[in-house]
Design a protein. Structure first.
Length: 364
């Protein structure tokens, strides 16, 4: 069976990482031949694409001048490669990808939704609903995303939840003992509006007001229009000595395994991979009580939740972990076990590949 994956060419998001992971895993399957199609972006790392091609991956790129030109380029590639299954990942690529797959008469179409909230206007929502008639499976990357799809009125028999997974090998060595870890808070994410860094910064200010002095490391890059207001907020709160913007780091697993606390402060998520990585690293984790996060964290067993945009609750959660090391140790151990048991890339690959096989045998 030949499977074509279509996704944005920006490598910073989870959708591209999942599609790339599935294409790589498909190389290990005797009955699956995978092709990855990337929609070119201005910031697409061309050297990375060439490196992946040299590793033996089949990769094509299509223009992003307009949605219409993207659709026709995809139709051409579908006729060239003749896939049995077309998998359209993420917004808004899943719309234009599915239009092309319908026009090219690809036998099976899969739509993968990677977030609980997207920029749907009336036209795009109507187009998605129309395309659902021709779509054989609609996959949410977590139970939270699947529930959002059902609330939109998508047919239950077409909706599936396949959780995104992480590569566990960077976290396989025994993590440092709790007392040997750095007493610091870490957040790893893009610097973007979706990620609610401001609530975390305000929570750190409340902790300082209470006499609790703990460093915060913010890892991730973003545009200045998002980064500069956060730096101003840090300065206004008098936290310049407490908070460090570290930018992109290639050693995130090592940093997580050296840190006590990880915070996933966000407005919405699909499946927060950095949260899973922090769990695998043995951090005590705290997350916003929003779909995509609240399904991962079991309060006071694998971590803590705080109300969306509630800096007071977040400060309380951080203070609780700092003041109750035994609870923190238990939660971090439980979280690590859950990450290894439920959220590996191997489990994700197996679930997708089984879905693809079922689709080609008309069993779904």
């Amino acid at each position: 069976m030949k499977v074509m994956h279509f996704v944005t060419g920006g490598f910073s998001g989870g959708a591209t990482q999942v599609a790339l992971s599935l294409v790589k895993a498909g190389q290990q399957q005797n009955d699956i031949e995978s092709v990855l199609v990337l929609r070119r972006k201005a910031h697409m790392p061309k050297a990375r694409v060439e490196q992946l091609k040299q590793e033996g991956l089949k990769i094509e790129t299509v223009n992003s001048w307009t949605h219409i030109t993207t659709i026709f380029a995809l139709v051409h590639l579908c006729r060239k490669h003749k896939p049995d299954i077309f998998v359209a990942h993420g917004f808004s690529e899943h719309l234009w990808g599915r239009v092309a797959a319908v026009l090219a008469r690809v036998p099976r179409i899969v739509h993968v939704e990677h977030n609980t909230r997207e920029r749907y206007n009336r036209f795009r929502l109507a187009l998605s609903s129309f395309l659902n008639r021709y779509t054989d499976a609609i996959v949410g990357c977590s139970e939270g995303v699947k529930q959002v799809l059902l609330e939109r009125g998508y047919l239950p028999q077409k909706c599936y939840a396949i959780s995104n997974g992480i590569q566990l090998f960077p976290f396989e060595k025994t993590p440092a003992a709790w007392d040997a870890r750095k007493r610091q808070v870490v957040m790893v994410s893009r610097i973007a509006k979706q990620k609610d860094h401001a609530t975390l910064i305000r929570a750190m200010a409340k902790l300082k007001e209470r006499g609790i002095d703990v460093p915060l490391k913010i890892i991730g890059k973003g545009k200045n229009k998002n980064l500069l207001p956060l730096k101003r907020l840090v300065s206004q709160c008098g936290l310049s000595d407490n908070i460090e913007f570290m930018g992109y780091r290639s050693d995130v697993p090592e940093l997580l395994m050296q840190s006590q606390i990880f915070v996933q402060c966000t407005h919405y998520e699909g499946m927060p991979l950095t949260l899973i990585e922090a769990m695998a690293a043995g951090c005590a984790v705290i997350g916003s009580e929003v779909p995509g996060v609240k399904e991962v964290i079991e309060p006071e067993r694998t971590g803590l939740l705080h109300g969306h945009e509630n800096d007071e609750e977040l400060a309380n959660a951080i203070e609780l972990i700092l003041s109750k090391p035994d609870l923190a140790k238990d939660m971090s151990t439980n979280a690590r076990n859950v990450a290894f048991e439920k959220f590996s890339t191997e489990i994700m690959h197996d679930n997708y590949h089984q879905l693809f096989r079922d689709l080609t045998h008309n069993e779904v």
